[in-house]
Write a protein that binds this ligand. Sequence first.
Ligand SMILES: [Zn+2]
Length: 317
Amino acid sequence: MMKEDAQIDGELTTVMYHYVRQIKNSNYPNLKGLEFDGFKRQLDFLSSNYEVISADQLIGYVTGEVNDFPKNACLLTFDDGYKDHIEYVLPELLKRKMNACFFPPVQPIEENTLLDVNSIHFILASATDPTQLFNDLLKELRLRGFSETFLNQSIAKLAKPNRYDPAEVIFFKRMLQKELPFELRSEITTILFDKYVGKSEEEFSKELYMTTNEIQNLIQSGMYVGSHTYHHFWLDSVDEVIQEQEIDRSLKFLQKVGTQTEKWIMCYPYGAYNNHTIEILHRKNCAIGFTTKVGKSSLDPKLTFEMNRFDTNDFPQ
Ligand SMILES: [Zn+2]
């Protein structure tokens, strides 16, 4: 077999995690996340069915520095910089001598802000009735002059259930995560966060995300930390200038915490990117880009900026 063929050989199973914590007996028993016990069982399942690899092994292979790659390779990825990752995830990984990648967005960590997406998760976890929430959102939109025609069109377009959520919840998430103008989304999210969760965003941010020191602690423990941008925007909805700023500011943070900014890994917020993003990553010596498309990934060097990930829910827990 020729070397070029050998290099495009192989595939990778990547697993994506978000919240990993004790959920049932917590203040937010309805939070959509992975129970700590399920996480431990899943690590045991993965380690007996796959070879869990490190980011360095993957980067080495796709950049052609290393020729060996395990057949059943599996990579673990943890998005969004939650305290869960230092509290629950890290000790279990260390116990099993496993490696993993972590992708914290910078702004919540450095400025104690709360990402709208997380605000929405905790509003949903605190609301007992999705219809009430749906109506609250419509009320806020009517107050701001949105017409019934616009509301009905938006409902028809967005209120479609998926494999995790009913139609009303999907509508709520889509409107507040992407559809409405950015300032308006933040304004309405803040009002509803106050109504349903009842804590200040700053206080809540400190509880939810790791500190810079905790991220350094991950790195010192042998874990990989990569870019998840600064503000956690949908990169396909902002122009290339903003995209580059988002990436540059996150690389600055990676330098600060002491991780490499040559042959690094990008994790697109919401899995969203476009051709501009890929062009920027090429220029910045990025090695790999992770999407949220579900499936195994080819290790073809032409496709390393569009690598798939499974969700933790795709495996036994
Ligand atoms: Zn994210």
